[in-house]
Design a protein around this ligand. Structure first.
Ligand SMILES: Nc1ncnc2c1ncn2[C@@H]1O[C@H](COP(=O)(O)OP(=O)(O)OP(=O)(O)O)[C@@H](O)[C@H]1O
Ligand SMILES: [Mg+2]
Length: 361
């Protein structure tokens, strides 16, 4: 009658009872399960590298009634494996240890986790997509310069009076421009990559500088003047570079969108990075756009809230999850004059907590 799959297993690791839900979940008949080894249901090592503990260790009477939870790989009769959480309680009956194992199918929650990661990646790639045109422009400049210098070098080579110094100068410029282009490509690749969270001590100033390079051409194209005021020798923050870059990129693109309707001279976005009195670091992105109405202030951090034709409405929702996952805070306020400011604070050297995906609407 229990609404959860439950099996009991004796001291020899043989199944002594399986309820209807277990039969339904694994696809075996009651007769096939009775007396079978528990390894038939849990043959593969679990997430913690453990098998369902089969051998009794120590004095059973001391551990009676204690329950342990494990995440294991379970296998159905048709051979299909699935993640399962088991909660095992031990009892001693007539000097024999008996385990009651409650099983829950974790396939659905793993799927949710996977989808959440996909969504974070999708939002990041979508922001990069917005930049694609201007990034092509950003790369075109050094490529044009390389071509120009290579042609000049060819000419020097052909002339009778080849000046070695001129030739060296042209080749040095080629190397410098090549580095510049490679740097941009490297930054794009880092942001586009689909990887696991990588925690490391970070200088938040560098994170912001990397994004400044990527948005440079986009700001020019849109006629937005950007100012970056980044303190030197900032305290290190423990974080994931790509995720924090994603947050800064979205704040800047939002600010560029916010000043779109302003007169050209007023399209200004200022970014500051400062150390907080408590040793943490604060990033502020300030625009002088239309600002936020009370109604909007409430909604902007919700998933899928957007006022843009091409927007996913995921940027701020994902940012909040990322920043709270880093032990920090993100909030918005209207400026005294015009526009809005978005603040992000990150604590010095705090570990990352779990769950970096968009919040539910
Ligand atoms: N600086 C800002 N000034 C005014 N409104 C803003 C500002 N930043 C965000 N908003 C509002 O908040 C909404 C949500 O922003 P968010 O970044 O989450 O999504 P989006 O920019 O619409 O789409 P995307 O998923 O591509 O980022 C925006 O559509 C906009 O209406
Ligand atoms: Mg956005």
């Amino acid at each position: 009658m229990m609404p959860v799959p439950i099996v009991t297993v004796d001291h020899r690791n043989q199944i002594t009872f399986a309820n209807a839900r277990t039969i339904e979940l694994f696809g075996y008949t009651r007769e096939q399960l009775a007396g079978a080894s528990a390894e038939m249901l849990f043959p593969i090592r679990g997430v913690g590298g453990d098998h369902l503990e089969v051998e009794e260790r120590g004095d059973a009477s001391q551990i009676a009634g204690v329950s342990t939870t494990q995440v294991l790989v379970a296998r159905r009769r048709d051979g299909v494996g699935f993640p399962a959480e088991t909660n095992t309680t031990k009892y001693t009956v007539h000097d024999q240890v008996l385990r009651i194992i409650a099983i829950s199918d974790r396939s659905a929650s793993q799927e949710v986790d996977r989808n959440r990661k996909e969504l974070v990646h999708l939002a990041r790639v979508s922001s990069l997509g917005e930049l694609a045109g201007s990034l092509a422009h950003e790369l075109k400049q050094p490529l044009t310069a390389i071509l120009f210098n290579a042609q000049a070098a060819q000419k020097y080579m052909e002339s009778e009076t080849a000046d070695k110094a001129e030739l060296r100068g042209a080749l040095e410029d080629i190397v410098t421009d090549n580095r510049r282009a490679s740097e941009v490509i490297q930054k794009i690749r880092t942001l586009a990559r689909k990887g696991d969270i990588e925690l490391q001590p970070l200088d938040v100033g560098d994170v912001v500088r990397d994004i400044a390079v990527l948005v440079h051409s986009d700001a020019l194209t849109r006629g937005v003047r950007t100012r970056f005021d980044i303190s030197e020798n900032l305290a290190m923050v423990w974080g994931d570079r790509v995720q924090l870059q994603q947050v800064v990129l979205n704040l800047l693109l939002n600010a560029f969108d916010a000043v779109k309707e302003c007169a050209p001279a007023e399209r200004v976005v200022e970014t500051t990075v400062r150390e907080e009195p408590d040793g943490g670091v604060r990033i502020t992105v300030k625009d002088n756009g239309l600002g936020l109405t009370v109604d909007k202030m409430d909604k902007i951090f919700r998933a899928f809230f957007t006022t843009k034709l091409q927007g996913l409405g995921l940027g701020l929702s994902i940012s909040r999850t990322i920043i709270t996952g880093h032990g920090g805070r993100i909030w918005a306020e209207n400026n005294n004059g015009k526009g809005a400011s978005f603040h992000v604070t990150l604590p010095q050297g705090t570990g990352l907590r779990q769950g970096c995906g968009p919040q539910s609407p």
